[in-house]
Ligand binder design. Sequence first.
Ligand code: NAI
Ligand code: MG
Length: 350
Amino acid sequence: MKTIKVASIPGDGIGQEVVPAAEEVVKAIAALHGGLSFEFTRFPWSCEYYTETGKMMPDDGLKQLTDFDSIFLGAVGDPRVVPDHISLWGLLLTIRREFEQVINVRPAKLLNGLRSPLVNPNDFDLIVVRENSEGEYSSVGGEIYQGGDQIAIQNAIFSRKGTERAMRYAFELAKKRNKKLTSATKSNGIFHTMPFWDRIFTDVSRDYPDIETDSQHIDALAAFFVTAPHRFDVIVASNLFGDILTDLGAAIMGSVGIAPSANINVNGKYPSMFEPVHGSAPDIAGKGMANPIGQIWTAKMMLDHFGEEELGSALLATIESLLADQITTPDLGGTFSTNEVTNELIARLK
Ligand code: NAI
Ligand code: MG
């Protein structure tokens, strides 16, 4: 029996609803396989935990997580109780950085049965590889002066090592797909870091002569996502550009509630972390109407990560069969609850 040990952090808001749902699905699919089991260990780290302890996770939190095979996270953030920069940096971003989860992989695909707001979303099937450890999301900078003279400075950090690492990951992925890679840049407006990004893209592309490459400014790229999505296969982007593009990708699929994501530790030193693109959705939390598909598709990425691609494909096909029959939560126009969608999915897996 192959046992995979997963640290489960539901977090805040709808994370508390969709993580248990996805865990049930993973356990059900593993049981069908026979020789595989998933062991989930829950951690209560969240904004509620912060109000009780003054911390998003205990001081030895990372140590507690380090021996797990992977981390399965819902969403973090409850701005009514804890400011977002405290909650995100105190848990999610700390795990991503300290566990060297330097790559964030986010597929976006118009699954069968999904209705896109685009009239003609032909062949919308792409993967964004987002640099996940540096870039625009840095804590370097500061504020000076008071009142009308106040100044805030935020520095973006781009290292050759980090940039090249993200690009190589994206080229390798493109090799396994349709051999096309687009780089998201903005070297016409951002004077230092983006020309640097472009140069490294050109350098790395020399090692991959079989991959067709293209470089697009992020604003135009965003527009082409909407008007000509068939142009894209794999896209490599900096931390901020990748974040924005993937929410757009989710919107094109019909809801941010279905988009999956994986934070990958590429050196094998620490566990990778699987979490959907969406946040804690305070506006619908506790109502039983959160779409569990984002968290469940994220679980599919976790199955793939552990070499269980066949199970992953079966899971995605079952998700598509539900969508085709309109068994969906209200964000996709349906009338079903989180639990009803989950239970029907489990029934169809069997
Ligand atoms: P959000 O993704 O939580 O919500 C945006 C909109 O999408 C809301 O209308 C929400 O109801 C809807 N939505 C999101 N997930 C859904 C689902 N599964 N089913 C149905 N509808 C869904 O983003 P927002 O409102 O900007 O952030 C809320 C909180 O979540 C903040 O504290 C933010 O910092 C945090 N957040 C955390 C993330 C993470 O843990 N990775 C990512 C994004 C936001
Ligand atoms: Mg985002």
